[in-house]
Design a protein around this ligand. Structure first.
Ligand SMILES: CC(C)(COP(=O)(O)OP(=O)(O)OC[C@H]1O[C@@H](n2cnc3c(N)ncnc32)[C@H](O)[C@@H]1OP(=O)(O)O)[C@@H](O)C(=O)NCCC(=O)NCCS
Length: 302
């Protein structure tokens, strides 16, 4: 044995103990999963051979099967598809899309542009859907065996006391979100066909009616509210509703990132030149000069 080999084979007692403690079963269990089963020449998702899925399943049915474990009915998948179609894009005025487009001009490739856009979707931007599913679930549980209108009134009163907005209602510039009606019509059709119960739809409609009561400008359900009804009716957890929204919005992020990357523009900023952001800080001053009393009110005291 050469000196180099003997140095390589001399492992520490801690490493030797670790190796002895791990058998091949433990190693295989490390990433144990019920989602997919991949072996040489075999690919199964949730137990379904990929050949069957390719031949017979739609993308939406595959999404459902992957996250839920069992296949949806055609009618369930059709309802889910409505929510996924509706949320695909909302233009570059959505910060996630604008950020993705800016990133696309900075040489980070499509993957970098997409992850920039998707990375902005969180509790504040894109989060109302998850919050609305949670809200509807709480509302339906509260109304169970009682009065829905009373439960809604109590929830709204609690929000008003906190001066909070009910997630899934109102919109910055749509007076009536154009996605609301077709989404709710699809839920109603699914209720009529016995595909879903309609409990969450009823709760959301009661919420909408009470939020708008007595107001000249109503507060209609927005995309997040209408898709939350679909996710809740279909039995998705609130967190999965967020994940599915992001999956859908990723299509828009991809399309915008691709379009911007094809423009040939480089390092596109957030506002068109020659516009400059409004400056609210100190006027020009000499380094080392006495600046007492000159701090503009907008500059936070340090
Ligand atoms: C989206 C949102 C910021 C738009 O707000 P906006 O159009 O600026 O609405 P305003 O702040 O001008 O509110 C207008 C009135 O409607 C009420 N209102 C608007 N959205 C409301 C909501 N979600 N819940 C309760 N009241 C609401 C406001 O209290 C205000 O009432 P007032 O006239 O008595 O003061 C706001 O509706 C909101 O935060 N909604 C919840 C979050 C959400 O669903 N986001 C996803 C949007 S797609």
């Amino acid at each position: 044995m050469t000196e180099q080999n003997s140095q390589q084979s001399a492992i520490s007692p801690a490493r030797a103990a670790a190796l002895a403690a791990v058998d091949s079963q433990k190693s295989a269990d490390w990433w144990s999963t019920a989602v997919s089963d991949i072996e040489p020449d075999v690919i199964r998702f949730r137990g379904y051979p990929i050949q069957d899925l390719i031949r017979h399943a739609t993308f939406v049915e595959t999404i459902w099967t992957m996250v839920r474990g069992t296949a949806p009915t055609r009618a369930e998948a059709a309802l889910l598809e409505k929510a996924l179609v509706a949320a695909v894009d909302h233009g570059p005025q959505a910060p996630s899309i604008a950020a993705a487009r800016m990133a696309a001009t900075c040489g980070v490739g499509l993957h970098g542009a997409m992850s920039t856009g998707v990375g902005l979707l969180g509790d504040v931007h894109g989060g109302a859907g998850q919050q609305c599913v949670e809200f509807l679930q709480r509302l339906v549980a509260r109304a169970e065996g009682g009065d829905l209108a009373e439960a809604v009134a109590a929830e709204i009163a609690a929000y008003r006391e906190r001066r909070a907005y009910v997630p899934g209602f109102g919109h910055r510039f749509h007076t009536r979100d154009p996605r609301r009606d077709p989404l709710l019509e699809a839920v109603q059709d699914a209720v009529d066909a016995g595909v879903v119960s309609g409990r969450y739809l009823a709760a959301a409609l009661e919420l909408e009616a009470q939020l708008s009561a007595g107001r000249t400008r109503p507060v209609p359900m927005n995309i997040d509210g209408a898709t939350a009804v679909i996710y809740a009716e279909l039995g998705f957890s609130a967190e999965l509703a967020r994940g599915l929204f992001i999956l859908s919005r990723s299509v828009g992020v991809l399309a915008h990132s691709w379009e911007e990357s094809q423009s040939g523009r480089r390092i596109k900023g957030p506002m068109p030149p020659p516009l400059l952001p409004t400056y609210t800080g100190y006027p020009e001053r000499a380094w080392g000069a006495d600046d007492s009393g000159t701090a503009p009110s907008e500059v936070p005291a340090e």
